[in-house]
Design a protein around this ligand. Structure first.
Ligand code: HEC
Length: 95
């Protein structure tokens, strides 16, 4: 690796460190969700009267549980992205 590539890599790494609290990527969350999660249930599972999740954290726990159940091996970032998407769009729960 040449020296200039190294310093570019270092710059990118520093930039990532400088902005650790990047907002979840809702668009990526939507495509992951639409590809993997609406096979079994319609989105009305998120709005039914006796729904399980009632806070942002509980929505995230359900997303975590379902990506485990379906063996998707999502990263924490993917889990955040999908949580952001369904919490905002269906649960109407801001982070
Ligand atoms: C194998 C079928 C199946 C798949 C695939 C699936 N789900 Fe579900 N999901 C269910 C069923 C059935 C329920 C309702 C019963 C329950 O909660 O155990 C549910 C409930 C939920 C709930 C709780 C709703 C509430 O608040 O009561 C969330 C959130 C959820 N699913 C998210 C997801 C996400 C995100 C994915 C994609 C990773 C996913 N599901 C994939 C079958 C599935």
């Amino acid at each position: 690796m040449s020296k200039s590539v190294c310093s570019q890599v270092a710059a990118v790494a520093l930039a990532a460190l400088a902005f650790p609290a990047v907002a979840a990527d809702r668009d990526r969350g939507q495509s992951l969700h639409d590809n993997h999660c609406v096979l079994c249930h319609t989105t009305s599972v998120y709005t039914r009267a006796d729904r399980l999740a009632n806070t942002y954290l509980e929505v995230r726990q359900q997303v975590q549980r379902w990506q485990e159940n379906t063996r998707l091996r999502w990263t924490p970032t993917d889990i955040d992205n999908v949580t952001e998407y369904i919490a905002d769009k269906y649960y109407k729960l801001p982070q």
